[in-house]
Design a protein. Structure first.
Length: 182
């Protein structure tokens, strides 16, 4: 099976975005990248820090409301349509709902070949990266480090605690292309 979609799930600051950029460089075919952070950035201001939208508490706790879920479902359907139209797709997501989040993606991606990748990172390492980034409230990475993996099943798991994004991407690429790189 050569996947049409690769879904990477991991907590904040776990290294998913870096792996996605490296995958785009090392995979032999072009792959489009879709990230939950980009989706959140596209939301109107009225849905930020809102009960209907997305709220991020000072301690890093994330909550989402009904309107966020509705728009997120439309986004997932659009990502799936892009893959069904013939593009290879990389998804960078944070499964705040663990297995429930994966189930929503499974429904959207039904009929497509998907490679599910868990991106792990020790909570202390992710928290240090979070501080360096400066664009997330302290505590988010630590809260999400294990939460996002609860009940989720993967085809492949990588750990960025001591492994660079490029090496993780090469591991994933070997799973996609086989050992000969084709």
């Amino acid at each position: 099976m050569t996947p049409q979609v690769i879904v990477l799930n991991g907590g904040s600051s776990s290294g998913k975005s870096g792996i996605v950029r490296c995958l785009q460089a090392v995979l032999p075919e072009p792959w489009l990248a879709f990230a939950i952070d980009t989706f959140v950035d596209q939301l109107p201001a009225s849905l930020r820090d809102s009960l209907a939208g997305i709220g991020i508490a000072p301690d890093g706790e994330v909550s989402v409301g009904a309107e966020f879920r509705r728009l997120e479902a439309a986004w997932r359907a659009g990502v799936a349509s892009t893959a069904r139209a013939g593009a290879r797709v990389l998804v960078d997501d944070v499964f705040l709902g663990g297995a429930g989040s994966q189930d929503r993606w499974r429904t959207a991606l039904d009929g497509l070949d998907v490679l599910w990748v868990g991106v792990h990172c020790a909570s202390a390492t992710a928290a240090a990266r979070e501080l360096t980034r400066g664009d997330r409230p302290p505590g988010m990475a630590e809260k999400q480090a294990t939460l996002v993996h609860q009940g989720v099943t993967y085809d492949l798991e990588v750990d960025t605690t001591h492994t660079e994004a490029l090496d993780c991407a090469r591991t994933i690429a070997r799973t996609v292309t086989g050992p000969d790189g084709r």
